[in-house]
Design a protein around this ligand. Structure first.
Ligand code: FAD
Length: 296
């Protein structure tokens, strides 16, 4: 099913996974998918290693989800380091495998690998390429706190609006303060954009790794949240509880303010997403919530 049709019917609830590199990680992804499938998300997505490091693996996981589960998959694809012909081949294989949804991204060149020069500079060019290959629903990234490489917030909003004029919907980078999301939506509206912008949710269930990720992609890690987490830093379960509670409140605020759905960065684990899902009353009837031992 195309995500455009899903979004036209109402809010969407989606989960993001990354391709596993070891057997243990593959098993963890299998468990997360099996535990999250009963929640009947609107769609799930699988990330892509910029430059092609997960080229086959992303394809395999996306096509496997399409073939073996009831879930609607979306493949992430980045243009950095790829030639036009390679991208056309990747997208054609998805089309021929029955995949209808692609998230078209710029991608960050990995720090430790020298990539060959790519032929596309910006994600909007990948949106056009995907459109030429087939009848896809095409998503793009949006950055509530402007993208770290952009000249200014105004510049980033303008380029995101131009990109969204050609794509079907956007999913945002994660953030911890709803004001950043509403500012993005308002900025895009000022450029005439009315397409859905789905907020990306990353529960801060561990301090170090989330702080590092936030630094890398330019997300503010609010002092208030850091203080709450640091107050219980010695107790991983308490940190988890704070992160999940805060994310749940953020989701409530976003939905109350008109967000057209939620996209959860699951990190290939299901527990936080299942707890938040239940707290928001999103779990389908008859699906048991997290077991008592899993509840924080
Ligand atoms: C939901 C989501 C999923 C993601 N999944 C992945 C993934 O699977 N793999 C991965 O490697 N990365 C992923 N990323 C990260 C993403 O690749 C990086 O944030 C990347 O640096 C920017 O991607 P973009 O698609 O926003 O790029 P672009 O839209 O190309 O924008 C990049 C920068 O260029 C600027 N810009 C855009 N157009 C122009 C123009 N015409 N002229 C001048 N400047 C311009 C923008 O303002 C921005 O600063 C994801 C991000 C999000 C939000």
């Amino acid at each position: 099913m195309k995500i455009t049709e899903i979004l036209a019917a109402g809010p969407s609830w989606s989960f993001e996974f990354f391709p596993p590199r070891t057997e243990a990680a593959r098993a963890a992804l299998g468990t997360a998918l099996a535990e999250l499938e009963p929640l009947r998300p609107s769609f799930v997505s699988v990330t892509y290693g910029a430059g092609g490091s997960t080229r086959e693996l992303t394809h395999e996981i996306v096509v496997g989800i399409h073939r073996d589960t009831s879930l609607t998959p979306m493949a992430h694809l980045t243009c950095v380091g790829h030639r036009r012909a390679e991208l056309t081949e990747i997208v054609t294989r998805y089309r021929d495998a029955g995949i209808r949804n692609i998230l078209a991204l710029g991608g960050d060149p990995p720090r430790d690998v020298e990539l060959p020069p790519g032929e596309l500079t910006y994600a909007v060019e990948l949106v056009r390429l995907v459109r030429e290959v087939g009848d896809f629903s095409i998503g793009v990234a949006a950055h509530p706190e402007p993208h770290p490489r952009s000249a200014s917030k105004a510049d980033d909003r303008l380029h995101t609006a131009e990109k969204l004029a050609e794509a079907d919907f956007a999913i945002t980078q994660f953030f911890f303060d709803a004001a950043h999301y509403f500012d993005l939506v308002e900025g895009l509206r000022a450029h005439g954009v009315s397409k859905p912008v789905i907020p990306g949710i990353m529960p801060a269930t561990s301090i170090g790794s989330i702080r590092r990720m936030a630094e890398l992609q330019g997300s503010e890690f609010p002092r208030r949240l850091a203080a709450k987490l640091e107050a219980v830093a010695d107790d991983p379960e308490a940190v988890f509880r704070v992160g999940v509670d805060e994310a749940t409140e953020l989701c409530r605020e976003l939905l109350a303010g008109g967000a057209p759905g939620l996209h959860f960065y699951t990190l290939n684990r299901s527990r936080a997403t299942r707890i938040i899902y239940e707290a928001l009353g999103l779990a389908p009837e008859g699906v048991p919530g997290p077991a008592p031992a899993e509840r924080p």
